[in-house]
Design a protein around this ligand. Structure first.
Ligand code: UD1
Length: 430
């Protein structure tokens, strides 16, 4: 089993290049099979989640070619099966996007109920409500969602809560429905906009993505496209907090600064200097960090996927900070691990109260999910001594070459697969 071993204490410095957005890529890959023509997708992050989804679409018959590390060519004309194997779904929740994509194209999809990151109960009732509103039947059979329609018909759908997944899934199916669909209370995340732009580049007619009302006029079919995925705002934000937590100075390149505004605002509040350029941001943390309060919200609010990273940073900020999680229950599982590193954090319901300490100390900790894992790495980079992060398979779901990028910023971090390698690392770093 692979682990990270980290010797903390080096302020991160230098430049880092951000990959394409994992969450946009997952939906775009699913949408790519909605045409029988060839689609080329650039800026595809080479991470476990996207690679598993590529396997899943190959498994149902699509042709996938990797032109280079970040470019894939997909052709969905050879799809023979609308039933996705549980093996893929249990690895990535987002394979539920194949429901909307296959339902739109073939008016029939069978996808097992998703598992995925263990961050609380994650129902998909809103996705299913949307499919039903478009005229599809939806039943659960042998652990799979089976959805079918003679034809899909546009509809007016009001989401009960802001859901990224439901907005995208409904948008995909409605693109190939007859007539007009309106999604109200739609999610406004940058990757919702990116998926809409991608579908439009294939001939869909979607307006309003990025606002809370999305209007879709169904089209007969979609056509070939070449598309480049937006940069990953969560990967970018993770490096920004890593810079802050280590009191470093990092230029984060290939980003859309607008997408990072909530993160930037918090970094400034806690005492960092953040400089914005056209497609990069520089974070400079020279002195002590200050406390803050933060609550996760749908975009443009502070993202839940950046909650563990800010908490790991606030663990060594002066004063008492309060972090409130309002999107997912059970997203504080990393807190016990941070406590083992000397953090002073109490969790009450959906709130973490963090009393900043002078310093964290290295310990052996375990990642419970993707962003929790990233937070433990941030903590390890800022801690005194050696930290070992187990279960990095979660981190590899969403970060491309995380340790390589961190090393290029001066971090002492290595991916190891046995105790002997850990010993070697200890000897090397002294
Ligand atoms: C996506 C992201 C995830 C991010 C989350 C919130 C992907 C692949 N994943 O997840 O990284 O943390 O957005 O920004 O893009 N809900 C329901 N019923 C539904 C759908 C959602 O009750 O049918 C609830 C969820 O339990 C949660 C909230 O709505 O409390 C938001 O979930 P949603 O936006 O759907 O998250 P995901 O799309 O699963």
């Amino acid at each position: 089993m692979e682990r990270y071993v980290i010797k903390g204490g080096n302020p991160l410095a230098g430049e880092v290049e951000i990959a394409g957005a994992k969450n946009a890529a997952l939906a775009i890959l699913a949408a790519a099979i909605m045409t029988d023509e060839t689609v080329v997708i650039e800026n595809m992050p080479d991470v476990r989640d996207t690679n598993v989804l590529l396997e899943a679409i190959q498994e149902i018959g699509a042709v996938v070619e990797r032109l280079d590390r970040s470019t894939v060519r997909v052709n969905g004309s050879t799809i023979t099966d609308v039933s996705v194997d549980y093996e893929f779904i249990k690895k990535i929740r987002a394979s539920y996007y194949l429901l909307g994509a296959l339902l739109g194209k073939y008016k029939h999809a069978e996808v097992p109920l998703p598992g995925g990151c263990n961050i609380g109960s994650r129902p998909i009732d809103q996705h299913l409500k949307g499919f039903r509103a478009l005229g599809a039947s939806v039943e659960i059979r042998h652990g799979a969602i089976v959805t079918k329609a003679e034809r899909l018909k546009g509809s007016h759908i009001f989401l009960d809560m802001v859901s990224v997944g439901a907005t995208i899934n409904i948008m995909m199916a409605a693109s190939l429905a007859s007539g007009r669909t309106i999604i109200e209370n739609a999610a406004r995340e940058p990757h919702v906009v990116d998926v809409a732009n991608f579908l439009n580049s294939m001939g869909a007619n979607i307006k309003g993505a990025g606002t809370d009302v999305i209007r879709i006029r169904g089209v007969e079919k979609l056509h070939k496209a070449e598309y480049s995925i937006i940069p990953d705002q969560i990967e970018a934000g993770t490096f920004m907090f890593a810079a802050a937590a280590t009191r470093g100075d990092v230029l984060v390149k290939n980003v859309i600064p607008k997408h990072l505004e909530a993160t930037t605002a918090k970094l400034e509040e806690i005492g960092c200097e953040v400089m914005e350029f056209d497609d990069s941001v520089r974070v400079i943390a020279s002195g002590d960090l200050r406390r803050t309060h933060v609550k996760t919200l749908p975009y443009p609010g502070y993202p839940t996927d950046m909650q563990p990273q800010i908490a790991a940073t606030l663990a060594t900020a002066k004063g008492t900070s309060i972090v409130t999680e309002s999107i997912f229950e059970n997203r504080f599982k990393y807190v016990d691990e941070l406590s083992r590193m000397g953090a002073n954090i109490k969790v009450q319901g959906n709130t973490a109260i963090i009393d900043g300490v002078e310093k964290l100390t290295g310990a052996r900790v375990s990642a419970s999910d993707l962003r929790a894992g990233a937070a433990l790495v941030i903590a390890g980079l800022s801690a005194e001594g050696i930290t070992i992060v187990d279960d990095i398979v979660y981190i590899q779901r969403g970060y491309e070459e995380f340790e390589v990028k961190l090393r290029s910023l001066g971090a002492e971090i290595e991916k190891v697969s046995n105790e002997k390698e850990i010993q070697k690392f200890r000897l090397r770093v002294g």
